[in-house]
Design a protein around this ligand. Structure first.
Ligand code: HEM
Length: 167
């Protein structure tokens, strides 16, 4: 970071494996967009069943349901970034982890979004220790009134300036 006078570069931010594991696990447990929506463009029989989707049927795919399905993510309520280590992520079942969707309409801003989140975390954690406080809801209670993932009462946290940055 010498060349940029301490500011992290794109390569720095994307070269931190544990940061990547933490962001991936956070997007598993808390996918900001918890549903994908599609419309069936032709009649389709769900394989192995007698369920037939008629043309024009709206289809909603619950990311929250997939990401918290114990068949795909054992002990789904446990927050565990190790699920996304180089070794472990190879065993993820395809199409069970979709925080940015899939197919021709997947998220066009994925790289930008990941860069923004990781850059913000790098800056924040370089200057502050972030801790739960007495108002932090544990466990988080998710709102049932929002179409994007949101908590009922926000996520109050305590920020303590690290000694190196204290005035
Ligand atoms: C962590 C951040 C983000 C997450 C988790 C996220 C997630 C998603 C998801 C799940 C979809 C639906 C994909 C599908 O239906 O298969 C989507 C679509 C989309 N996202 Fe994002 N997104 C993020 C950031 C962004 C940013 C930063 C932008 C723009 C700068 C963006 C622009 C879009 C657009 C335009 C679509 C619609 C794509 C289409 O229908 O073809 N997203 N996003």
């Amino acid at each position: 970071m010498k060349a940029t006078k301490g500011a992290p570069t794109y390569e720095d931010v994307f070269g931190l494996p544990y940061l990547n594991m933490v962001v991936s696990e956070t997007l598993r447990k808390y996918p900001p967009l918890p549903l994908l929506d599609r419309v069936c463009i032709q009649e389709y029989q769900l394989p192995g069943t007698d369920v037939v989707l008629e043309k024009n049927t709206p289809v909603f795919i619950s990311l929250l349901g997939l990401h918290r399905d114990p068949n795909y993510f054992p002990e789904p309520d446990r927050y565990d970034p190790e699920r996304f280590s180089e070794d472990n992520k190879r065993h993820l079942k395809p199409y069970t982890y979709l925080p940015f969707g899939e197919g021709p309409h997947n998220c066009i801003g994925m790289r930008f979004g990941l860069m923004a989140v990781k850059t913000a975390l790098v800056h924040m954690l370089a200057e502050f220790e972030v801790k739960p406080c007495k108002d932090t809801p544990v466990p988080l209670v998710l709102s049932t009134r929002s179409s994007v993932l949101a908590t009922v009462s926000g996520i109050p946290l305590e920020f303590v300036r690290s000694k190196a940055h204290a005035a």
